[in-house]
Design a protein around this ligand. Structure first.
Ligand SMILES: [Zn+2]
Length: 215
């Protein structure tokens, strides 16, 4: 590991956490964020109870792929089992972001998947964002349910809870989180205009396949 790697990643995570707060994707102590330390089986994760808005680089906790704390003064985030489960299932994933993005969270409460209705969303999320059935926060059952689903999707909704996105960079995982919330807002508007008639993933795939790529 290059000297300074942990410091660099800590700083990137803190900056990303502040941006998630500024964009309204997290509030108070909600949500958590993590990133792998390249070349190791460890990751840095937000500590339990720390608000993203005021997070400091030295507060981040180093954890292993079992979700246990390796180093740090504070306890790991409650949802660390989800992060560990994802890193085990998807070796290429470098960052995981969990938020309670309000519109996307509402879709999870309504037990409705989010579909990529807008063409550029389709490129990012071609299979949409499915709902993982409710399991208590921090539970092994929730981590296992997420691990099973994340093999086929880069974004998931946790029923009555929030959303999880992954990426090959911290920025990528954060951007996807923002895009899922945006897709949820668009879908909500479409449903208020025309109901659920346009919500067919097979039709969307057919339509976007035949149209020219957006410049
Ligand atoms: Zn949560």
């Amino acid at each position: 590991m290059r000297p300074g790697t942990i410091k660099d990643i800590s700083e990137q995570l803190v900056k990303a956490g502040r941006e998630l707060h500024e964009k309204g994707l997290v509030r108070g102590n909600s949500g958590n964020i993590s990133a792998k330390i390249p070349g190791t089986d460890m990751f840095l994760v937000k500590p339990s109870g720390a608000p993203m808005k005021f997070l400091q680089p030295e507060e981040l906790v180093l954890a292993d792929l079992q979700g246990n704390k390796v180093r740090g003064g504070l306890n790991v985030s409650l949802e660390t089992p989800i992060h560990a489960a994802i890193y085990k299932a998807r070796r290429e994933v470098q960052a995981v972001v969990h938020t309670h993005a309000p519109t996307a969270t509402a879709f999870g409460i309504a037990k409705m998947e989010i579909l990529p209705l807008q063409v550029e969303m389709f490129m990012l999320l071609p299979n949409g964002v499915p709902v993982v059935p409710f399991e208590p926060p921090g539970s092994k059952a929730l981590a296992e349910a997420v691990q099973k689903k994340i093999t086929d999707y880069d974004a998931l909704i946790l029923e009555n809870h929030g959303i999880v996105t992954v990426g090959s960079t911290i920025e990528g995982a954060c951007t996807l989180n923002e895009m899922v919330e945006e897709a949820a807002k668009i879908q909500y508007l479409v449903m208020t205009l025309v109901g659920r008639d346009v919500l067919d993933l097979t039709e969307l795939k057919e339509k976007f396949k035949t149209e020219k790529t957006v410049e």
